[in-house]
Design a protein around this ligand. Structure first.
Ligand SMILES: NC(=O)c1ccc[n+]([C@@H]2O[C@H](COP(=O)([O-])OP(=O)(O)OC[C@H]3O[C@@H](n4cnc5c(N)ncnc54)[C@H](O)[C@@H]3O)[C@@H](O)[C@H]2O)c1
Length: 318
């Protein structure tokens, strides 16, 4: 039977993946240092007999190699998942996203494990010129240290596939939504509105166009790609077949919260240096396997708001 090793197992997406794997009766080993992971997100999994959780750092090669012993495949989801503040700590993305991936690959090699699944990002397309952006689009310019460090992680995986006969699947995600959502614009807006219902600071001019995906749909897509995995290295974009503007999203959030705040824009097309004003990925490749998203972007945003309002502890609220 498979023994599935998951890094970032206490995070938003990792813990959702773990619960889904356990629901199929799989044996899972989670690995997390709880830097952004939450105890609340692992409680359900810890109640399952097929689950064990190792609390350690992927930057500790010895602990990682030990913990991985006996695993049959690795899902590498741990990362510094925050795109926005990369320039404030230029080594963090390199360490948490690139060196960490190198550590994961080396621990796999020492343990004779060949199959790796990697959470990358649609941000690797940088300033894309083709929309929707397909997997084979060129991406000569990187706009964030986060995306650059993820792309380097992808390149390492591809090299291990070439050099050591690994099999690697890379998933380039749009932004995720759903239960356990603990960072991103919906989180920031809801938290702010709970404190100050009358005004809402908005980064940029509100016209940024972004695509989003419900986390449950993301997990189903990844598991389907895994079922169809072949030799070597492959990449899938994961997203919905559309996008919304920040203003659309604000309308859905404030509508659900019954608020009509004054909007205060920081101005400009980008929310921050390196923000991509338009992200919309082509998803024909994953759809060709028979996958479709169950939730639209609007439904995903609304489900997220509902979960946040029911789970105020995640925003540090009572
Ligand atoms: N959430 C999104 O919208 C989104 C979009 C694109 C890509 N991704 C990628 O998906 C993956 C999961 O993202 P998420 O939103 O669940 O983020 P998250 O921050 O909720 O989860 C990351 C998890 O990794 C753990 N972790 C971080 N550094 C670690 C280390 N050095 N050692 C051990 N554990 C460590 C954290 O404690 C956390 O539990 C990340 O690789 C992220 O870059 C996420």
């Amino acid at each position: 039977m498979a023994r599935i090793f998951v890094t970032g197992a206490a995070g938003f997406i990792g813990s959702t993946l773990v619960d889904r794997l356990l629901s199929e009766g799989q044996e899972v080993v989670g690995y997390d240092n709880f830097s952004t992971g939450r105890e609340e997100f692992v409680q359900k999994a810890l109640a399952c007999p097929g689950y064990s959780l190792v609390r350690a750092d992927v930057l500790d090669p010895f602990a990682l190699t030990q913990a991985m012993r006996g695993a049959s495949e690795v899902w590498h989801l741990s990362a510094n998942a925050d795109v926005r503040f990369g320039l404030s700590h230029p080594r963090k993305d390199l360490e948490q996203n690139t060196l960490a991936t190198s550590n994961v690959l080396e621990a796999m090699r020492h343990n004779g494990i060949r199959d790796i699944f990697f959470s990358s990002t649609g941000s690797v397309y940088g300033e894309a010129t083709v929309f929707p952006t397909p997997e084979e689009a060129p991406f000569p310019v990187q706009t964030s240290l986060y995306a650059a460090s993820k792309l380097a992680g992808e390149a390492l995986i591809s090299s291990y596939c070439q050099g050591y006969g690994f099999r690697g699947l890379v998933f380039r995600f749009v932004s995720m939504l759903g239960e356990r959502y603990s960072h991103g614009h919906v989180f920031d807006f809801v938290r702010h509105l709970l404190k100050e219902p009358g005004r809402l600071p908005v980064l940029g001019d509100g016209g940024q166009r972004k695509s989003y995906l419900y986390v449950g749909d993301c997990v189903e897509a990844m598991l389907l790609a895994r079922k169809n995995m072949s030799e070597g290295f492959d990449v899938y974009n994961l997203g919905t077949d559309g996008y919304c503007t920040v203003m659309d999203s604000i309308g859905w959030i404030t509508g659900l919260m019954g608020l009509c705040p004054r909007l205060e824009f920081s101005g400009g097309q980008r929310g921050w240096v390196g923000d991509n004003p338009f992200i919309f990925l082509a998803t024909g490749k994953i759809r060709a396997l028979g996958w479709d998203n169950a939730l639209s972007i609007r439904q995903g945003v609304e489900r997220t708001v509902g979960w946040l309002l029911d789970s105020r502890w995640v925003m540090g609220e009572g």
